[in-house]
Design a protein around this ligand. Sequence first.
Ligand code: ATP
Length: 329
Amino acid sequence: AGLVVSFGEMLIDFVPTVSGVSLAEAPGFLKAPGGAPANVAIAVARLGGRCAFLGKLGDDEFGRMLAAILRDNGVDDSGVTFDAGARTALAFVTLRADGEREFMFYRNPSADMLLTEAELNLDLIRKAKVFHYGSISLITEPCRSAHLKAMEVAKEAGALLSYDPNLRLPLWPSAAEAREQILSIWDAADIIKVSDVELEFLTGTDSVEDEVAMRLWRPSLKLLLVTLGEKGCKYYTKLILRSRFELIDFHGSVESFAVKQVDTTGAGDAFVGALLGKFVEDQSALQDEKKLRELLRFSNACGAITTTKKGAIPSLPNVSEAMQLMERA
Ligand code: ATP
């Protein structure tokens, strides 16, 4: 089977033991391993795919704990390095009763930010059939250069590049900087997934209409996806030369499944993991709308299931859980 390599941050989210409180009100916190690229890696593995995670952790109890979580979940951790001088990143996260998310990051700097080009496991990157990344690793040096180098090596080796910006505004110096830097690597990707909120932020609009989404389209892209939470997702594909005379493209939306939502953390990562696990075997869905819609239905099911339990990693589905939800619908 083809290898998916997911690059970026892995950290611990500390989430309140009770729901609907502010960080200050929380009586206590639970450790929830996270970091979108790490979640994607575990999502791929749980669905039966081959996946490696590439990033840096602190050489501390939490760093070793996270590496063990990768291994226990069947993710290759041979690309993980440890920083002797910096801690594993922590984030305190809560969803307040008023629906607002509160974040407090402990990254001053954390180990993930200190990954250098020289530490990259280039052999592993060159083996990737699909190379996935976000934007948090772009925020500061030296990780930024390592991120750009890893993308370049993966691309040269012929990997399909997948990008989920995963906007975390409080980590950027300013909104303008976030927008500029996130878009600065837009042209390198083959597949990009954004959420509705990210689409609005990146385009400076309050709309997810097709005309707005198309502003994020580039000729270099093969697939642009916009996830819409419980409403499922939208897709936009490249113009394909079907015959000498006929140029086609397709776009549309695929509905998700009705579930009892408990915690949406990781839904987007499960969605991406499901997609990449399939693309690593077969990319014909990029030229076949029927196949693509089937694949997105599966990705939606995986996203939906992930919302039914607390935390990202514990709720990522296996294939039979996804199939069950799809058959029930
Ligand atoms: P997150 O940042 O929380 O991981 P996201 O904002 O990137 O997620 P969402 O749009 O929330 O991504 O969710 C990704 C996919 O998961 C959706 O496209 C949809 O298929 C599925 N999903 C999310 N929430 C629900 C829900 N309440 N009911 C059904 N499906 C859902």
